[in-house]
Each structure stands twice: as C-alpha cells, then as structure tokens.
Ligand binder design. Structure first.
Ligand code: ADP
Ligand code: MG
Length: 640
C-alpha cells in the first residue's frame, strides 16, 4: 500500500507558518504590512509578554466585509494579485496570501473588521486553524487582529522563543523597518526629490510619512511616531542610541537617473558602528537586504572608514515595480533586480560623489580675522569653539618664533586672548621653549615631557601638544574615554573584566522591576565583573567590582547600569547593548573636563594615545584630537 498521503489544509498552513512565522516579530511584520497595504493612517501595535501572550495590531485602513474576513484566513487568499502577470509588478507589501492563514494555524486569533461604508463590524475567531463563523459586532472602521498564545500547541517552537526582552527587540526592529519604509512608499518623497526649489532637503514635510504609529509593550508606550514627522526626526526617535546630533549631521545624497531614484541619509564617519545593523535599505517602501547594495555602500565609504567599521546609512530607492522580482523569499526580504549592475553603480555613484564632495575631516578652521568672536555665548557649541580659539591663541603666544613676536598687536587682534570670560588669561608671554610654567599663576602645565613632548593643559580641559608639522589640541576627557574603552573591549573580548572584591560590600535598595533587570542581564553583570548578592527582597549588595573602573563609585555605576538596561531593555541586541555599557563605563571612568591633571598624568595620557588603535575619536564618535598644521597657520598669518 502506498505510504504517501495528502496533508490536510491545516498541516499545510502550519508548515507554511514554519517559513513565515518564526517568532512574535514575524507576526508583527505581517500584520503591519497588511495594515499599510490597507491604506491605514494610524496603526497601534500592542504586545504583552514579548508577544507570547498577545500581539494586537489595530488600524484604520479600508477594512474587510464579513465574507472577506472569513476568506482572509484561508490559505492562498489575497486581494493583491489576480493573475500571473500581476506577479511582475507588485506594488503592495504583501501578495503571497498566506500570512493570515499561517498565523491562525499556530495561535488563537480574533479579528474584527469594518469597512468604511458599513455601519457594522464583523468578528471571527480561529483557534489553531479551527474557525468560528463570522458574527456581527460593533467597532470603528478598520481592522484589529489579536494573536494570543503563539505556538501554544507547538511546545517545541514555543520553547524556542527567547525572553520577553529579546523577543521585543526583534519586534522593535520590525516596527522600525515598517515605520521607515513608509517614508518612501508615498509618492511625495520621490516627487519631492525633483523639487529643486524647496528650501532645503532637511525640510521634513517633503518626506512626511502620513502614518501615525504606536508601539506598546505591557501597557507601556515605547514609541509614538507622528505621521507628520520628517525623516530625520523619525530616525532620531527610532534610534535613541545614535549619538546626539547624529541625525542633524546626516549628509543627504540624492539622484534621479536611469529610472532609479535614490535618497540617502549618510552618517558621518564619526558615527560609524561595529556592524552593519544601522544600514537600512528600502526599495519602494519595502525593507530589503541586498549584498550588492551593501557592497556599494561599503565602497562609497572606502577611505573614509577603517575596514572593520560600518557607516550608518538610510537608503531609499524608488524604481518601477516591473524592474525587480519580490517573489524570491518567503519573508520578501530579498528581491532579484533584473539589472543589478545598474542598481549597484547608481547607488555607488550617488553616495560616493556626495561623500567625496563633503568635507568630512575634523580639521580645525582657523577663524577669519574680520568676523572674530561675537558669538552667542549661551550656545555650548560656540562656547567650545571659543575655547579652542583661546587655546590656539594661547599656544601661539607661547610658541611664537622670534620674528613674529614683534607682531604682537596684530596677533592680539586676530585671537581674542585676554577677554575670554570667567578665567582671565595671563597676558605676559612666558617663553614656552624655556618650559617651566610659572608656578601658581595662570596655566598649570607647560613643559617638555619625557619624550621631548611639549604640552600644556588649558582650562583644565584640553591639552595642547606640538607635532612634527604643527600642533594638536586634545580633549582630555574624550581621549581618556577612548583609551579606557579600548582597554575594556580588549578585556571583554578575552573573557570578562577582572574584578576586585570590595572591602565592605555596598548595598542598595531596588524595585521589583530593577531586580528583574538584574536577573535578565545576569550574564552581562558577570562579564563585567560585577558581583551582586541579594540581601533580602528589596536590597542587593555589590561584592566585587571591575578593577579597571577602580575610580568609579560602584553604587552609582550599578544604578546607572540598571537604568540603562531598563530603558534600553527592548531596543538592543547583546552586541549593541555591550557597546553601550562599555561606552558608559569608559565615560564614567575617564578624567573629566575641568579636572586639573598632573604632568605625569598628562604624560601617561599622551603615551597611551600612541598605543591605541583609533585614538582620534572617542567611543561616541566625537573627535578626541584636532590638528592644526603649521602651513594652515602660516596661511592664516599671511606668511605664505
Ligand atoms: P497578503 O497580504 O499576501 O494578501 P494575508 O494573508 O496577509 O495575504 O492577507 C490576506 C488578505 O486579507 C489580504 O490580501 C487583504 O485583502 C486582507 N487583509 C489582511 N489584513 C487586512 C487589514 N488589516 N485590513 C484590510 N484587509 C486586510
Ligand atoms: Mg499580508
């Protein structure tokens, strides 16, 4: 007798679900895509217990009538394609007609829907493939689909689900992709690109998404994005982990040639990351992964980044639907371009040209004589500029070759040395080459270090030191932070941080939520060399603390760490989280701006600088060092 049987429809759906529905985030992706395809202007995603308990997606889209509502959960049912010809020009996110059937075969689903022109809503319930009949109910127009107890009849798959936090980080990723994708689905973004007369590409209205999106976890609102937000603002909200100011700093590249419209926001090299997780590529609103395009991005940044760094890039490509095939991957994350070379070369050219024509170096601009200080003294940036200007001026005063010393007044005009606010600067000009700073007065350090290195600490914040072809100004905090960060990374990658027992354990009180955070991140605490013991239900004590952070207060650090883990609980994977934690540790352990350093401390700092790989930037990507070349100075002094 034959061994082969025909699987029943529910088995077929369950098998299909294995491909499409891997975890709660896959359900969120499919349901959000359906809502977007239904023309929603508002989508609310509510999750409970990382999606194990409940995933609910509510929209105000076109809705379904009773007949469609029942049919939508059958396999291979779709309103998006009809004939094979339609497969060659898919403009919707979905088209395979199997998401709802798959979801309903592995969970308890309740769907309520009402079309815009109907006064009554309909409701259907499906329990792992077993359907109820459609019944009328009352609801607003639109569709709400609730998915409970995912995989509850498939214990092996349910067991495979990770902690609520990890599952939520996957859901947030899908939410982020859906949110960003909408910026490019709408025609305005593409038409907008052709409007040469608009004031600036930064104008957010040009790429407005027109879709309000909310994500809630266990009753807590994680994201609320307004449809009126511009792209940069949207990115800033979706990626709070990017350095402050990174979004305003994005370089905008655009092109519209040979049937391909490209809009890209390019992160400066200073915001580069250790992985390509912050590269988002959208094709007509669909988030895709494409190794050719990733390669084009890498090539575009060649020479701007170290080989193991990845730029932050948001790339939106618009092209005719007929020019590629989406029907190559069950989750539609990969596409096949009919002319992949064209896509590659257009993306590369657009990005590369823009990067080459943008000044990306952190190179000091010496102030022009005419428009010197009069800056807004309340602005942090201008205050910093001012301090750098002062530093240059002070350095020059001390280090001026004999012939220019006569030009005293002119120099004073160029650099506002004497009148820089709280701390008055000494006006006498000690001979810098004679080293020894006058003790007590003015600036503390001015000497030749061990390696014949001249240095000077100014405003207890910056170190000025001579190089072969000029001089550099070092931000002492940023450099020290980088050095510590490198040490931490080295130790962590070798295993864990060495810890030191505290003489007296330091105890602190915490909430139940914070205790959960510690429990969820036990491995991380262990890796960091932080030993905690419980002293009763609400109290914990720190018994051991990393030796590398010896000058950081253990309690402050642990509390900040818990806050960080709590705040970022859902938005980070392990690698990103560790990077963030090490950043925080380095920042806390580093010397601060405003802290006076001894000669030997400065010497140590300069010596360490030579030994670390990427000393030119702090872990947040800000420069640690700004270079000034003698030729720049000579030009400014009109000596050439
Ligand atoms: P696909 O999206 O590939 O067509 P699905 O199984 O995801 O397949 O959905 C089946 C059909 O159900 C869709 O084609 C659409 O007509 C309808 N549908 C699903 N979700 C919604 C929604 N949120 N609003 C309106 N119609 C929907
Ligand atoms: Mg779908």
């Amino acid at each position: 007798m034959g061994q082969i049987i025909v699987l029943d429809q529910n088995m077929v759906n369950m098998i299909a679900a294995g491909e499409v529905i891997e975890r709660p985030a896959s359900v969120v992706k499919e349901l959000m895509e359906n809502s977007i395809d239904a023309g929603a202007t508002k989508i609310t995603v509510s999750i409970e217990d990382g999606g194990r308990k409940l995933i609910s997606v509510a929209d105000d889209g076109c809705g379904m009538d009773g007949e469609d509502l029942a049919r939508a959960f059958e396999s291979h049912t779709t309103s998006k394609i009809k004939t094979s010809a339609d497969l060659h020009g898919i403009s919707t996110l979905g088209f395979r007609g199997e998401a709802l059937a798959s979801i309903a075969s592995v969970a308890q689903v309740r769907a309520v829907s009402r079309t815009k022109d109907s006064t009554e809503a309909n409701c259907i319930e499906i329990d792992c493939g077993t359907k109820s009949s459609v019944s009328p109910c009352s609801a607003d127009s639109g569709t709400t689909i609730q998915v409970r107890d995912l995989f509850y009849k498939l214990p092996a798959r349910r067991k495979f689900l990770k902690t609520a936090n990890t599952e939520m980080s996957h859901t947030i990723e899908q939410f982020t992709r859906a949110a960003l994708g909408c910026y490019s689905t709408s025609e305005p973004i593409l038409n907008g690109l052709q409007e040469r007369d608009r004031p600036s590409l930064k104008t957010p209205s040009v790429v407005s998404r027109n879709l309000d999106l909310t994500l809630i976890h266990n009753g807590r609102e994680l994201y609320r994005l307004s449809g009126k937000q511009g792209l940069r603002q949207g990115i800033a909200e979706l990626f709070p982990m990017l350095p402050i100011g990174a979004c305003e700093d994005f370089i905008e590249a655009e092109s519209n040639e040979r049937g391909l419209r490209i809009l890209a926001l390019l992160g400066k090299p200073s915001t580069s990351r250790t992985s390509n997780k912050f590269q988002y590529i959208f094709l007509n609103g669909r988030f895709i992964r494409d190794k050719f395009i990733s390669h084009a991005i890498k090539e575009a940044y060649r020479g701007f980044l170290e080989p193991d760094r990845f730029p932050v890039v948001f790339l939106f490509i618009g092209m005719p639907y007929e020019d590629y095939d989406v029907n190559v991957h069950p989750t539609k994350i990969e596409v096949r371009f009919y002319n992949a070379n064209l896509v590659y070369s257009q993306v590369l050219a657009c990005l590369r040209e823009k990067l080459l024509s943008t000044n990306l170096e952190t190179h000091a601009k010496l102030p022009a004589a005419a428009n010197l200080p009069a800056k807004d003294s309340t602005s942090a940036v201008s205050h910093r500029d001012q301090r750098i200007t002062d530093a240059i001026a002070e350095f020059l005063k001390r280090h001026r070759p004999a012939q220019t010393q006569q030009a005293g007044p002119a120099l004073e005009e160029r650099f506002p040395v004497v009148h820089t606010g709280a701390r008055s600067v000494r006006t006498s000009l000690p001979d810098f080459r004679g080293q020894a700073a006058e003790s007590g007065a003015g600036y503390p350090v001015s000497k030749t270090g061990a390696g014949q290195e001249k240095f000077l600490q100014i405003h207890d914040s910056f170190i000025v030191t001579q190089t072969d072809d000029g001089f550099v100004i070092i931000d002492q905090h940023a450099l020290h932070e980088r050095i510590i960060y490198e040490h931490l990374c080295k130790r962590i990658s070798a295993g864990k941080l060495e810890s030191q027992k505290l003489l007296v354990p330091e105890s602190f009180v915490l909430t139940a939520g914070q205790a959960d955070v510690i429990g969820d991140n036990a491995e991380l605490f262990e890796k960091l060399g932080i030993e905690l013991v419980s002293f009763g239900p609400r109290t914990m004590a720190i018994q051991a603390f990393p030796a590398l952070l010896a000058n950081v207060a253990p309690i402050d650090f642990v509390q900040d760490l818990i806050d960080l883990l709590d705040r970022k609980d859902t938005g980070f994977d392990t690698e990103r989280l560790l990077e963030e934690v090490l950043n925080m540790a380095a920042c806390k352990a580093a010397v601060k701006a405003g802290q006076r350093l001894s000669d030997s401390e400065i010497e140590q700092l300069l010596a360490d600088k030579e030994h670390i790989g990427s000393a030119s930037r702090c872990p947040h990507g800000r420069p640690t060092t700004i270079k000034f070349s003698i030729s720049d100075l000579e030009r400014q002094f009109k000596r050439t």
